[in-house]
Design a protein around this ligand. Structure first.
Ligand code: ZN
Length: 181
């Protein structure tokens, strides 16, 4: 029974992750760090987000923070208890949550995060710090992570993004020339 349950879980996770990958692609097309995510509660998407840092000029608008705000809105609209909803919500995200987002997820008391690739620069679920499972008395609760879903695509998108951000890219050279006039 447990094995069957696990297969269903994997098939579901793949399907949700497809949508998170589409969100990440949109972010990449908008010149944002390509991260996309969904918050799923009772088989329903109640929040989703993609990175919006450049668009909003606000360094905290990571995909997960956008999605958390949507879940809070959803709870208000449906008169649901935030604690109860977050405790039964699964986050599907293309990249390991960063330190900031991992702390936010602890405080919202999310219990399960399914993610794609590692976040080697800022990861808060093991890559840089292990906020997800650390013993932190006054910072919510630890959560479980399942990694590796659609990780190759997630890594490819990050690589594409950071190539564009290269300071030697043609765009910056044009800018330098303008300054030297
Ligand atoms: Zn983050």
């Amino acid at each position: 029974m447990e094995a069957a349950g696990r297969r269903v879980m994997m098939a579901e996770a793949e399907a949700w992750m497809d949508q998170a990958v589409s969100m990440a692609k949109e972010a990449l097309e908008n010149g944002e760090v390509p991260v996309g995510c969904l918050m799923v509660y009772n088989n329903e998407i109640i929040g989703k987000g993609k990175n919006e840092v450049n668009e909003t000029k606000n360094a905290t608008r990571h995909a997960e923070m956008v999605a958390i705000d949507q879940v809070i809105d959803w709870c208000h609209r449906h008169k649901k208890d935030l604690k109860e909803v977050f405790a039964h919500t699964v986050l599907y995200v293309t990249v390991e949550p960063c330190i900031m987002c991992a702390a936010a997820l602890r405080m919202m008391k999310i219990q399960l995060v399914v993610y794609g690739c590692q976040n080697e620069r800022f990861g808060g679920c093991g890559s840089v710090l292990n906020i997800s499972s650390a013993t932190l008395m006054d910072t919510g609760e630890p959560f479980q992570c399942i990694a590796g879903y659609r990780s190759e695509e997630a890594v490819e998108m990050l690589k594409t993004f950071y190539r564009q951000e290269n300071p030697n890219a043609p765009k910056s050279k044009v800018r330098k020339k303008e300054y030297s006039k």
